[in-house]
Design a protein around this ligand. Structure first.
Ligand SMILES: [Zn+2]
Length: 461
């Protein structure tokens, strides 16, 4: 049987006209081929890419070492302080490199600069593209699965375990994901931007360590712009919630003078947060929560003396409560409270006090009244808002909490986070769900994956 051999060479031309060659792979096959021996295997492909990458990275590091040999100001040759070993981690493998350190030139003495510097400044020595794909997939799948997938497909050396994926994702959350994407408009803090709708909701996440607490709360929300564009946000409820919320709003394009409507379910903590961060906002208490509480009261009324000759009492109560509800729908909340208070007084009439179920009715009525009074400032004319097509329910936020919290963080996840360490992961996930992670990387690394739509924007105007 004859052998087929391919030798892959990398031909470098690092200076014009001067070429050097290096063999980066050798592939052998029998001349009798079966399906599994046709073409490159995954393993051969990985080794080929890793070998080419090592050649290229080392040449670039060496070129940078040469480039900084001479002072940019006076042209004097700088003193080399030798080399230090480093590892550059990339999607095509880890490359061990020797980075040159140089002494700063004498002509710059007294300028408060470090006495020496590296020829190559690479943060964490990790390629942005590796950080990007790792964090992008880690936002949506368990860390161990991401590690498994990446090491299956790419010649990456050190990222074969969940811990590495976790640490890299955290770093991306701390550094990159909080940057405003490059394509977002830069706005002054007092810019007047179109009105937005903001909704917040809370969800509980299990702490990895049971101490000091089993669960902690994550607040997720959405900012909906006039064009219907949705921007998700998420932060843990802890001492920094206010700051995180304010920052997330800025990232969503909300400024001090942006008219905002906040949909609220009446949660006191969320309302306090909103009133501190968005004091000027119009607050709308969620109609769905109101209707649900009315439902409890109506059920209690219908249950009064049901099936007896006194059932008409329940019918009277039901009728009055329905009327109170429709007053509220039409924005007549004072009329609604008066009607409910009437029913309440009626339940206290001496001859009714012993009727079965009247206590339950009174309790539900009391709850409803307290809820509406506590949220008075959020009671609006729901009927007219609804006719104008404006939202009256926080339902659009509930999908956000499910996407951000429920899917990834509660079910069978081996998470090592708590309310103080979770923020970078939330930032990455929100950036992935909003589709802004790549643009945020581009803001940190201007030459990262150049955007395809580079047509000048000025022409559009
Ligand atoms: Zn100099």
């Amino acid at each position: 049987m004859a052998k087929l051999v391919w030798r892959v060479r990398l031909i470098a031309e690092l200076e014009p006209g001067i070429v050097s060659e290096a063999e980066v792979a050798r592939i052998e096959r029998d001349d009798f081929a079966v399906a599994e021996t046709i073409g490159l295997t995954l393993d051969e492909g990985k080794r080929l890419m890793a070998a080419a990458q090592a050649e290229i990275v080392r040449a670039q590091v060496a070129a940078m070492g040469e480039r900084f040999r001479w002072c940019e100001d006076c042209g004097a040759k700088l003193v080399s302080k030798g080399y230090y070993p480093a590892t550059f981690r990339s999607v095509f493998g880890d490359v061990a490199v020797r980075v040159r350190r140089l002494c700063a030139c004498g002509c710059r003495a007294g300028k408060q600069e470090p006495k020496s510097f590296s020829a190559l400044a690479v943060t964490d020595a990790i390629a942005p593209e590796l950080a990007y794909i790792t964090s992008k997939f880690a936002a949506l799948s368990p860390f161990a699965r991401v590690a498994d997938l990446l090491s299956e497909l790419l010649p990456i050396g050190g990222a074969a375990n969940a811990g590495t994926v976790r640490n890299r994702t955290m770093r991306v959350g701390e550094t990159v994901a909080k940057f405003t994407p490059t394509d977002a408009p830069t706005l002054e803090s007092d810019a007047v931007t179109p009105a937005v709708i903001v909704g917040l909701d809370g969800g509980y996440v299990r702490s990895r360590h049971r101490r000091p607490e089993h669960n902690f709360e994550v607040i997720a929300g959405k900012v909906v712009g006039p064009d219907g564009a949705q921007h998700r946000l998420a932060f843990a409820r802890n001492g920094a919630s206010e700051e995180q919320f304010a920052r997330a709003l800025v990232r969503a394009g909300v400024r001090d003078r942006t008219p905002a409507t906040v949909l609220s379910d009446g949660d006191t903590g969320l309302r306090n947060l909103q009133s501190r961060v968005l004091p000027e906002a119009t607050v709308v208490l969620d109609w769905f929560h109101i209707a649900m509480r009315f439902e409890h009261v109506l059920n209690a009324a219908v249950g009064l003396r049901a099936g007896t000759v006194d059932a008409y009492l329940g019918e009277i109560a039901r009728h009055n409560i329905e009327r109170a509800k429709w007053r509220l729908w039409h924005g007549r909340w004072k009329g609604c409270l008066i009607k409910l208070a009437e029913v309440c007084r009626w339940t206290e009439v001496k001859s009714f006090r012993e009727i079965d179920g009247i206590r339950a009715l009174r309790r539900h009525l009391g709850d409803l009244l307290a809820y509406l009074e506590a949220n008075q400032c959020g009671l609006v004319n729901y009927g007219s808002r609804h006719r104008r097509g404006e939202p009256i329910s926080t339902a659009f936020v509930e999908s956000a909490i499910n996407e951000i919290v429920a899917r990834r963080m509660i079910k069978k996840q081996q998470m090592r986070w708590n309310r103080w360490t979770v923020q970078p992961f939330l930032d990455v996930r929100v950036a992935v769900l909003n589709g802004t992670l790549e643009a945020s990387f581009r803001r940190c690394y201007p030459q990262f994956r150049p955007a395809n739509d580079t047509a000048p924007i000025e022409n559009a105007a």
